[in-house]
Design a protein around this ligand. Sequence first.
Ligand code: GSH
Length: 205
Amino acid sequence: MYRLIYAERSAAYSSRIILKEIGADYELIMTGIEDGGPRHPELMKLNPNGWVPVLIDGDMAIHEAAAIVIYLTDKHPECGLAPAPGDPARGPFLTWLVYMSNTVQTAYQLMYYPGRYCTGGEHTASVQQRSCERLRETWGYIDAALEGKTWFVGETFSAADIYLHMLTTWLSPDAGHPTIDEFPNAKRIADAVAKRPAVRLVHRL
Ligand SMILES: N[C@@H](CCC(=O)N[C@@H](CS)C(=O)NCC(=O)O)C(=O)O
């Protein structure tokens, strides 16, 4: 039985979808993640950064959403959610997953945690403006790479598509972000992932 420390609308969403895709037994542990707000004590013990997700598998715990994706998809290869090591598609799979995690996610962070990226409150607006610009740049890069493709990694659905879907759900035009309509290839894949039974189960639809 896995345990997952999570918050709604967070980077834990990808782990939740994958746990449903593989049909695993798991328990959810909810925590607050507001900047400067309280955290579940188990979260602080396992990831002193105070970030979700954290996946607990027996005596072992890992954090970093992309690492959890790789861990779960490697541990459950029968689900076919990731190309295996040695498969030519493995390189592109890892490339896009890590790009989304370390570059696109960081662009969102500039908006939600601007204090981590500047020296004083007077710079907040500038950091948040850069967040919106960076989101347009990074989503534009992904969208161009997806031109003519059914899924992120060629013709086969993978956990990279799930990760993309998660990141599109964070686009918030009210906050000045671009809209998903600006990135039709990413939108096509995100919409296809949204129809999967695993996603519907996460939302209890
Ligand atoms: N690099 C981490 C970042 C995770 C992350 O930023 N999680 C957010 C929610 S989406 C969080 O826990 N924020 C609380 C905080 O940063 O203090 C990962 O990919 O797992």
